[in-house]
Design a binder for this molecule. Structure first.
Ligand code: ADP
Ligand code: MG
Ligand code: ZN
Length: 633
């Protein structure tokens, strides 16, 4: 079926839309308008006259006649007006002027006029022309203006009345402009959705077989993994209209409007089937009902109810497919997920190394890459990056290359871009005293060395004392060699050790610690607490899970995230004791490593102070050189 096209959204009559505006009475404002208009007119009339025509007393007029200064006049029944040319120019005013005077009973006027050679004409009262020019014209003008204004205001009022209309955009196929080729690294999801594409292309084949295609498909995954992109790609592949709406569009201040929008949207969609309705950020509207209180919530519940009703209302094979995306599937109302509604879920995970390479290739299209760029290496250096981060990285690299004045992107640009995405932009201008720099260098080398000598820690990718981002004065970047789905106890313990390595080094070298380890301590504590309270890794506390995770599984990686206590006082105390034990074990181990390799610590610190950054190769080479062949690789 060819795609239906509509150049723009046309307003359609709406049987169940918002109520029509109340009937018009003669509004008070128009009475006021008329009064104001007349007053204005009055002022205008007299203003016009006083500016151009001087009203003079009759006696003055006679004097001018006698002086021979009046050249011509018009005599009306009640008025005389005409032209005066003064004999000599007065100091303040023009020599010639138009005058007007009220006519007085004067038998000798004509004689005087003739005696002084004044041209004079009599005139009938000019009622008609005066009325026309003086009154009707301005009135017509004002009415015109009024109509113009009221139409404008009316249009605005009309918009205010139609706020319940769906703002869903109907974008014709070639406008989404996205196909499956633009989405990489999620082959399973694409496979699953290609069934939908096929159905939208030939619905009759499925109908003939009696196959029921799912009405609702929920795209689930952490932010930036391409959910929105994939939904657009489905529409682009199937070449059907794509109604896109974000969950927060539904939730409006006015009670009832969200529900009206849902109704509107489904109605509009039913008319242009086959088509796709896409609700982005479904959790904004589809949260568990009845958990919170308040007006906004009433509104949300109404919207959700309406959504459920509409989803039940349309036929399974009517050609309307509902796609939705969320990164919080755990907070969605269960009713949304039951069979017949969003009964199919497509999971989009953070991409693995091959996926990252594929995504990088997609985004490298149209960007001039120099020969030294190896996207495989970039993919390796970016574990945990979602599609959006990768797109961002390549974009930053292009910006950096442009700043360098180069016409191609080099590997250095990409590496700098990765660090920028992870840790924020470099801030070389920040001035630090030498003593502070030394402390930071010792701290960072501490992290790096402890990680190096811990067999289960991630390899050190980079050590730097160039300030970055908001707060980091220096940083040590450790990257896993492969994607990690689970972590063993030793890996977690080594992670704590590495995090405490910075403070341990300050302790070992200066004998005094600083506030610079605050962030490290926070992370280490979070890991230790997770190990004890959720992962059953402490013998003393045992296996029961003692905390309720109040973050979604996506938001924090394993080992990080807030905990709500869910156990007895005594047990909580035990947990604290165990956490403290884990931390101090880690700290002691870190200090032991650094004491054992003190010369290495000192020499690498010197080197870091000199060159500010050490990458993986330089760091490893230094350690091997100082430690001799005995050092572990
Ligand atoms: P989400 O909706 O899951 O938060 P988006 O679909 O908005 O993420 O993705 C944001 C951007 O990241 C996309 O516009 C695209 O440039 C890029 N991106 C994300 N995932 C992918 C992917 N799998 N393949 C290609 N590009 C991707
Ligand atoms: Mg999105
Ligand atoms: Zn640190």
């Amino acid at each position: 079926m060819p795609p239906k096209r509509r150049s723009e959204r046309e307003p359609e009559p709406h049987p169940e839309g918002p109520p029509p505006p109340p009937r018009r009475h003669v509004p008070w404002s128009s009475v006021w308008w008329l009064v104001a208009m007349f007053l204005l007119l009055w002022g205008w009339q007299s203003a016009v006259d006083t500016f151009t025509v001087q009203t003079i007393p009759y006696s003055a007029f006679k004097k001018h006649v006698v002086a021979g200064e009046v050249t011509e006049i018009v005599i009306e029944p009640e008025l005389i007006h005409g032209h005066i040319k003064l004999a000599e120019k007065p100091k303040d005013g023009p020599q010639e002027l138009e005058f007007r005077t009220v006519r007085v009973e004067d038998k000798d006027l004509v004689d005087d006029l003739e005696a002084h050679d004044v041209t004079f004409v009599g005139e009938l009262p000019r009622l008609v022309s005066r009325l026309l020019i003086g009154w009707l014209l301005p009135i017509a003008l004002m009415i015109g203006l009024w109509m113009l204004l009221s139409r404008r205001l009316g249009a605005a009022a009309g918009q205010a009345m139609s706020f319940g209309k769906s703002p869903a955009k109907l974008s014709p196929t070639d406008e989404t402009g996205v196909t499956f080729a633009d989405v990489a690294g999620c082959e399973e999801a694409k496979l699953e959705l290609s069934e939908v594409v096929d159905f939208l292309k030939n619905p009759s084949r499925y109908q003939a077989l009696g196959a029921r295609i799912p009405k609702g498909i929920l795209l689930v995954g952490p932010p930036g993994t391409g959910k929105t992109l994939l939904a657009k790609a489905v529409a682009g592949e199937a070449r059907v209209p794509f109604y896109s709406l974000s969950g927060s569009d539904f939730v409006e201040m006015f009670v009832g409007v969200g529900a009206a929008r849902v109704r509107d949207l489904f109605e509009q969609a039913a008319k242009s089937a086959p088509c796709i309705i896409f609700i982005d950020e479904l959790d904004a509207v589809g949260r568990q009902r009845g958990v919170h209180m308040g007006v906004v919530n009433d509104e949300r519940e109404q919207t959700l109810n309406q959504l459920l009703v509409e989803m039940d209302g349309f036929e399974a094979n009517s050609g309307v497919i509902l796609l939705a995306a969320t990164n919080r599937p755990d907070v969605l109302d269960r009713a949304l997920l039951r069979a017949g509604r969003f009964d199919r879920q497509v999971v989009l995970d953070a991409p693995d190394i091959d996926g990252r390479k594929a995504i990088l290739e997609v985004h490298a299209r149209g960007k001039p890459l120099a020969g030294d760029v190896d996207l495989g290496v970039v993919a390796q250096a970016t574990p945990g990056f979602a599609g959006a981060d990768l797109a961002n990285t390549l974009n930053e690299a292009a910006l950096l290359a442009a700043r360098r004045g180069d016409d191609a992107i080099h590997q250095v640009d990409v590496e700098e871009a990765i660090e920028k995405v992870i840790a924020g932009p470099e801030r070389k201008s920040r001035r630090l005293s030498d003593a502070l720099k030394r402390r930071i260098a010792v701290h960072e080398v501490g992290h790096a060395l402890v990680a190096y000598f811990s067999p289960h820690a991630d390899p050190v990718h980079k050590v730097s004392i160039v300030p970055r981002g908001q707060a980091a004065l220096g940083y040590t970047l450790q990257l896993p060699t492969e994607d990690q789905f689970i972590l063993t106890r030793s890996e977690l313990v080594d992670r704590i050790k590495g995090l405490l390595g910075g403070r341990a080094a300050e302790d070992v070298v200066f004998g005094e610690v600083s506030s610079g380890a605050e962030n490290d301590l926070e992370k280490a504590t979070a890991i230790a607490r997770q190990m004890v309270a959720r992962l059953g890794m402490s013998e003393r506390v045992g296996l029961p899970q003692l905390g309720v995770r109040d973050e979604s599984p996506f938001l924090g990686g394993p080992g990080i995230g807030g905990l709500q206590r869910d156990c007895a006082e005594d047990t909580a105390r035990e947990v604290d004791v165990e956490v403290r034990a884990l931390m101090s074990e880690g700290y002691d181990a870190a200090r032991a490593i650094l004491r054992g390799h003190r010369p290495t610590l000192d020499r690498i610190t010197e080197q870091l102070l000199k060159c500010e950054t050490l990458d993986h190769e330089a760091f490893t080479a230094l350690v091997v050189e100082i430690e001799g062949a005995a050092a572990p690789a």
